[in-house]
Design a binder for this molecule. Structure first.
Ligand SMILES: NC(=O)C1=CN([C@@H]2O[C@H](COP(=O)(O)OP(=O)(O)OC[C@H]3O[C@@H](n4cnc5c(N)ncnc54)[C@H](OP(=O)(O)O)[C@@H]3O)[C@@H](O)[C@H]2O)C=CC1
Ligand SMILES: Nc1nc2c(ncn2[C@@H]2O[C@H](COP(=O)(O)O)[C@@H](O)[C@H]2O)c(=O)[nH]1
Length: 325
């Protein structure tokens, strides 16, 4: 098996078929809706809040609200009142089942539900998917996180409509260090490995450090890419603002950090400070332009044309050119 990651793969250009990058369409379909870019901010407390989710939905972007210290029922009610799609996260514990029951009792149907746990290849996730399919059958269910083909096959067979790949590649993740497990350091090849067996969309989650990593994720099988650190640290970001030596930062912490949990138990995340990068909408616009550019380098006009390109692996045992034959 080839082992590589975002920083040692480059995609190879094909003859350009457009006169302007404006002709390249970065849009992607997920769960019956079209979104302007294949990017979703991570469902983390220092990345999204209700007002960012509202803005994203109203401006053509996908969003997934986090599931921490939040009344999910009220959130869905608020989104429905604004006439926008509701996309929530759930865990797999008793209160999460109670949330489903409350939503059903209130006649509220979220459009997207992401089952958001560390080790998604688990019977607890199987049971939650089954419960959601029984109680809220119209919801598009995203399940994760996982990092192997066996897990993709199981989650799809259990009824997930999409899967989320990435165990430990995140910037505030310490899973690799604490447990010795994960896809950190080889996330892109893990994605490729998973995509070979997937019959439903995959969301690549974690490890994106440059805009070009979005195109690389698409090339190796992602339909959507979840991004935390690069979309944290904006003026609108919910994290606390911190000043160090006259420079402004926003805090960004892991969902499994003691900062999120409120206690130091089963901690697999840390807290960092992200320099404030300006406005979120400007970063998202730049990402869209960069994905349009990627499509043009791929010799295409649509996002999935990126899947057709060859690539090279730089350095290491797997170095070389990889041609699509
Ligand atoms: N993508 C990633 O690499 C990771 C992401 N996270 C994020 O952190 C947040 C908290 O995750 P999580 O701790 O799962 O959520 P919860 O604290 O809600 O736990 C969910 C359930 O899974 C159990 N659980 C958690 N980890 C494992 C494991 N390794 N093996 C077996 N059971 C497990 C928990 O029980 P108990 O606590 O009693 O074991 C609990 O019953 C989520 O947002 C998740 O996405 C966390 C770690 C890795
Ligand atoms: N191992 C952990 N992973 C975490 C934690 N909190 C979030 N995450 C994952 O990271 C990505 C974002 O990655 P980034 O590289 O873009 O910053 C996020 O979507 C989660 O899957 C955590 O505490 N531990």
């Amino acid at each position: 098996m080839e082992i590589f990651d975002y920083d040692n793969v480059l995609l190879l250009p094909r003859k350009c078929r457009v006169e302007s990058r404006a002709e390249c369409d970065a849009a992607v379909e997920l769960g019956g809706r079209s979104f302007r870019i294949p990017v979703v901010p991570a469902n983390m407390k220092t990345v999204v809040d209700e007002s960012i989710c509202t803005w994203l939905a109203q401006n053509g972007y996908f969003y997934v609200m986090h599931r921490f210290d939040l009344d999910n029922v009220q959130f869905v009610k608020n989104m429905k009142a604004k006439g926008i799609f509701a996309s929530i996260s759930l865990g797999v514990k008793k209160p999460d089942y109670e949330t489903v029951d409350l939503l059903v009792a209130a006649g509220l149907a979220p459009d997207y539900i992401t089952i958001d746990v560390a080790h998604g290849h688990a019977d607890t996730v199987k049971n939650m998917i089954g419960y959601l399919k029984e109680k809220l059958p119209a919801a598009f269910v995203i399940a994760g996180n996982v990092g192997t083909p066996e897990a993709i096959i199981d989650l799809e067979n259990w009824g997930a409509d999409a899967t989320k790949v990435g165990i430990g590649p995140g910037k505030v993740c310490i899973t690799k260090l604490k447990t010795g497990f994960g896809t950190g350091g080889w996330q892109l090849s893990a994605l490729k490995w998973c995509a070979r067996v997937a019959t439903k969309p995959i969301i690549a989650d974690g490890g994106i450090r440059e805009h070009g990593d979005i195109a690389k994720s698409i090339r190796f099988g992602a339909t959507m890419i979840m991004i935390g650190s690069m979309l944290a640290g904006h003026e609108e970001s919910p994290g606390q603002t911190v000043e160090v030596d006259g420079k402004l930062y926003k805090e960004y912490y892991g969902s499994a950090s003691d900062f999120n949990k409120g206690e130091y138990r089963h901690v697999e995340g840390k807290r960092i400070l992200e320099p404030i990068k300006g406005r979120l909408l400007d970063t998202l616009r730049e990402m869209e332009e960069d994905v349009q550019s990627s499509i043009s380098y791929a010799g295409g006009k649509r996002l999935m044309d990126i899947r057709k390109v060859n690539y090279v692996i730089l350095g290491g045992d797997n170095a070389g050119e990889h041609l699509l034959m």
